[in-house]
Ligand binder design. Structure first.
Ligand code: PMP
Length: 560
């Protein structure tokens, strides 16, 4: 098959097309006064159009996948790359594409949108590819073959030998949609691009990478195919936020690999547990983060689960999927709830145990608030501290010590927490009790509002501030500890005695049950202590950050 297959298959109007040339394409330097794209000079950096060719992101992906940047085109999700394939290669009302049944629905929808005939061959009963039947459908107007491997909804990978027969025998483009490849034992076809000039591989950040919201799909193919698709793609189809978020995520694949292992382990546990249940007739094999389950009354079971707050996909009307629900693997808590609900099928809505567990599940669905109030009253101080970890830096601080107020204000401002601190202390004696007790109470509201600490980052660190260098490392791991490496020459800053600084942070560490390492250097004493407070606030901001929906503890011990 010649390298020119792309040119042979492309729509004639696309071959002739002179693509839109965006303002940013004509100038390639960095620093310039940009008066070319009718953008606003204000609101940096969002005022500028994104890089239309996503060069930095494509290079990162190329390095990761072992291909050239020129072998990659990015889309607003895989769905856009599917659409681009139609618009580049398929003549409306003339050409046709082939796929299998059952498979991902968008190939057919995209064909319909583009006015292209869609032919589907039903898979063999064991979900393998009917290669001969597919080949027998090919005509002079066939342009694309869509194969999803691992296939949605059947969950299996197609055998290499069958795929190779199709790649060699199919005189058109073979599009292998690998949306779920990261969960599978079979490798990716991206490595085979050099061998098969008619191969197009689709991948996405929507599944294993946990980034469905940012919409980033990738297509890998020969440079000739990609060049043609580039002519068709909207100039700024991948926005700057997506490009940045994707680049950042791809720089840390270890995090994703860990999540993939967790999901695979949960998948196997869930499948094994489901096999034990009498209402479950069959649990299908799975090479993805979902699998099919055959039950006696799929429609009833589907409705029953909906009533209990669990939404699965009813695939029972699809070819070869009679009686089947498709279940996506969730977190351990979500999977346990699903198992419990299926175990109790056909329980009535008034069933008390299910009601109780529904209350539990609603906790997972609605991310709990992280707020705490502490009222601490002794003979020496009367303190009320209130916090909302997920606030908007709203501060209301009145300790009676102006400089301390200023410092606590920094904590709120730079950590993002809403913080209210009201203190009536024995300042007529000295500052000691007010500083110590307030710091303990402040630590305590952090400890309390962090709750079970599920889903939090746990660690935080911060670096230089102002003219001083302040280093604050923080671990909300449960063990109070302070390492203090800061010296102050002046006796007081404002009305605060500098000898109390170490004590303030020690008290905070005790209250918050956190580990603090603080080091600061600098000349100006005011700046130095302010830098420490700001750095602490920044460290807190990182450590309390919670991944939406995450319910795992950031610890291998299982306890924090
Ligand atoms: N391909 C397959 C096989 C899918 O199942 C899906 C989504 N369910 C997609 C592509 C869509 O991917 P994206 O979110 O990148 O558009």
């Amino acid at each position: 098959m010649s390298q020119n297959i792309a040119l042979k298959l492309a729509r004639p109007n696309i071959l002739k097309l002179k693509p839109y040339s965006s303002a940013r394409e004509e100038f390639t330097g960095n620093e310039a006064i940009f008066l070319d794209a009718n953008e606003s000079p204000f609101n940096k950096p969002w005022n500028r159009y994104p890089d239309p060719f996503q060069q930095r992101l494509r290079q990162r992906i190329a390095d990761m996948k072992g291909v050239k940047r020129e072998n990659i085109i990015l889309g607003n999700g895989s769905d856009e790359t599917i659409d681009m394939l139609f618009r580049t290669f398929c003549e409306p009302a003339k050409d046709q594409v082939i796929s299998v049944n059952p498979t991902y629905g968008m190939y057919k929808v995209s064909a319909g949108i583009n006015g292209v005939e869609y032919k589907a061959v039903t898979l063999n009963p064991d979900f393998s590819l009917p290669v001969d039947e597919i080949l027998s459908l090919v005509s002079t107007t066939t342009k694309l073959l869509f194969l999803c491997s691992p296939n949605n909804p059947t969950g299996n990978c197609f055998a290499d030998e069958e795929m190779i027969r199709l790649l060699n025998g199919f005189p058109c483009l073979v599009v292998v949609d690998e949306a779920y490849v990261d969960f599978s034992t079979g490798g990716s076809w991206v490595k085979k691009l050099d061998q098969y000039p008619n191969l197009v591989v689709l991948q996405t950040l929507s599944k294993a990478w946990g980034l469905a919201a940012i919409r980033l799909g990738m297509a890998f193919a020969s440079i000739e195919i990609i060049d043609l698709m580039m002519k068709v793609k909207p100039p700024y189809n991948v926005n700057t936020l997506t490009q940045e978020k994707a680049y950042q995520a791809l720089s840390d694949p270890a995090v994703v690999n860990k999540r993939i292992s967790t999901i695979i382990a949960e998948r196997d546990r869930l499948r094994n547990s489901l096999k034990e249940l009498p209402v479950v007739q069959k649990v299908f094999d799975a090479d993805a983060n979902f699998f099919l389950v055959k039950v006696e009354n799929p429609d009833e079971m589907y409705e029953y689960l909906v009533k209990r707050g669990v939404i699965v996909r009813n695939r029972s009307k699809e070819a070869l999927c009679e009686g089947c629900l498709r279940i996506t693997v969730g977190s351990d808590g979500q999977n346990n709830y699903l198992l419990q609900a299926i175990k109790q099928y056909p329980a009535t809505e008034n069933d008390i145990t299910l009601k109780q567990s529904w209350e539990k599940v609603s906790d997972w669905l609605v991310t709990p608030e992280r707020k705490a109030v502490r009222h601490r009253k002794t003979k020496e101080t009367d303190i009320r501290v209130e916090i909302n970890l997920d606030g908007n830096s709203k501060a209301d601080i009145q300790t009676g010590l102006g400089f301390f107020d200023h410092m606590l204000d920094q904590i709120s401002r730079h950590s993002g927490c809403d913080l209210s601190v009201k203190v009536n202390g024995d300042l007529h004696i000295d500052e000691h009790h007010t500083l110590e007790d307030t710091s303990i109470a402040l630590g305590e509201v952090f400890a309390e509002s962090l709750g079970d600490k599920k889903g939090i980052e746990r660690y935080g660190f911060a670096l230089p501030m102002d003219d001083c260098a302040a280093l604050v490392l923080l671990d909300f791991g449960g063990r109070p500890e302070l390492v203090w490496k800061a010296k102050f020459k002046r006796e007081k800053v404002g009305e605060l005695p500098t000898e109390m600084f170490e004590h303030i942070f020690k008290s905070f560490a005790i209250g918050a049950r956190c580990n603090l390492y603080i080091k600061a250097k600098g000349e100006n004493e005011h700046h130095k202590i302010e830098a420490i407070f700001k750095a602490l606030a920044r460290a807190i901001r990182m450590a309390v950050k919670r991944e939406a929906g995450a319910d795992t503890l950031p610890s291998t011990k299982g306890l924090l």
